[in-house]
Design a protein around this ligand. Structure first.
Ligand SMILES: O=C(O)CCC(=O)C(=O)O
Length: 277
C-alpha cells in the first residue's frame, strides 16, 4: 500500500492491480447485456445469447442500428445498476481510498459509463473526452480521487484514457468550457507528456481530481472499450468543510406525468400477480 500511496501522491495516479473480483465484473456485464437485450426484444430484434462482453457488443450493435433512443436509454440505465454501483463501492477499493487520504468517502455523483467504439458512434454524441481535469465538475474536496474501472483489458490500441504524470500539482489549469468538459488550454501541457493507461479486467485506475487526462482516439477498427468512472470525495477535506460541503450536480425531479394514463389498476395488480406465478 505504501508504494501505491507514494505513486499516487507523486504522479497523481496509481494502479490498483487485480483489486476487483472478476465475478463482480461478470455480474455487471451480464446485467448491462440484459438491459440492452430487453430493449432489443421489445423492438422484435434477435438477441445473441450469452452474458459476456462479446454477446454484449453484438447486442449493443444491433440495438444501436435499430433505435438510437433505446440504445442511449439502455446506456443511461447502466450507470444506475446495483451491480455497477457494487464495483465502485467495493470494500477493498474504499480501503484504498482511505489509505490514499480520502478520510470520509462521500459520493455526490453517480458512476459514469464510458463506451468507445467506431461501430457505436452517435452523431454529435460521446466518443470520449477532450483534455480536462475533473475538478470543475465537482469542486468539493481538493483530494477527491477518481476511480476508473474497465470492463475489458485495455491496451494502447483500445481507446485508452491518457494521463499526464504529476499534472495534479499544476493545480487548476486555465481553459474553456466545452460540450462535455472544461477543456484545458493547450499552453498547459505538451502532447508527448501523455501516457496511456493500460489495464486488465479487475484492475482499478486511481486518479487525483486535478490530474490532466483525456480519451485517446487511438483504437483498432472494431475495438470496444467500456469503462466506468466514479469519484471518491472526501467529506473531511478542510476546504470542503470550510466551504460548507458545496456540490455542483443538482438533483431535479420531473414531476410531470411521463406516460399519460399509466399505470392502470390492472397493470399494477398483474405486476404483483406475475411474481406469485
Ligand atoms: O473513459 C474515458 O475515456 C474518459 C474518462 C474521463 O475522462 C473521466 O472519467 O473523467
Amino acid at each position: 500500500m505504501s508504494s501505491l500511496r507514494e505513486d499516487y501522491l507523486r504522479d497523481g495516479f496509481a494502479y490498483a492491480r487485480g483489486l476487483l473480483p472478476l465475478a463482480d465484473l461478470d455480474a455487471a456485464t451480464a446485467e448491462m447485456n440484459e438491459v440492452v437485450a430487453q430493449q432489443s426484444r421489445r423492438l422484435g430484434l434477435s438477441v445473441v445469447p450469452g452474458s459476456g462482453v462479446e454477446a454484449l457488443y453484438e447486442n449493443m450493435r444491433a440495438l444501436h442500428a435499430a433505435s438510437t433512443p433505446a440504445y442511449l436509454a439502455s446506456l443511461t440505465l447502466w450507470a444506475k445498476l446495483y451491480s455497477v454501483h457494487r464495483l465502485v463501492m467495493n470494500a477493498d477499493l474504499a480501503d484504498v481510498a482511505r489509505a490514499l487520504g480520502v478520510g470520509i468517502p462521500v459520493f455526490q455523483t453517480q458512476p459514469v459509463l464510458h463506451v468507445v467504439s467506431d461501430l457505436l458512434r452517435i452523431p454529435n454524441g460521446y466518443q470520449g473526452f477532450d483534455v480536462h481535469q475533473d475538478w470543475t465538475a465537482l469542486q468539493s474536496g481538493l483530494d477527491t480521487m477518481g476511480v476508473w474501472i474497465p470492463f475489458m483489458d485495455v491496451d494502447r490500441d483500445t481507446f485508452t484514457m491518457d494521463v499526464l504524470p504529476r499534472s495534479h500539482l499544476r493545480g487548476l489549469c486555465p481553459g474553456a468550457q466545452g460540450k462535455h468538459v472544461f477543456v484545458v488550454s493547450q499552453d498547459c501541457y505538451r502532447e508527448e507528456e501523455f501516457v496511456p493507461v493500460e489495464l486488465h479486467r479487475g484492475d482499478v485506475f486511481l486518479m487525483a481530481i486535478f490530474t490532466i487526462h483525456r480519451s485517446s482516439a487511438r483504437g483498432r477498427p472494431g475495438a470496444l472499450r467500456i469503462a466506468c468512472s466514479a469519484r471518491y470525495e472526501n467529506a473531511a477535506e478542510p476546504t470542503f468543510v470550510d466551504r460548507q460541503y458545496p456540490y455542483t450536480q443538482k438533483r431535479i425531479v420531473d414531476r410531470t406525468v411521463l406516460t399519460p394514463g399509466f399505470p392502470t389498476v390492472e397493470q399494477v395488480r398483474s405486476a404483483y400477480a406475475a411474481k406469485r406465478a
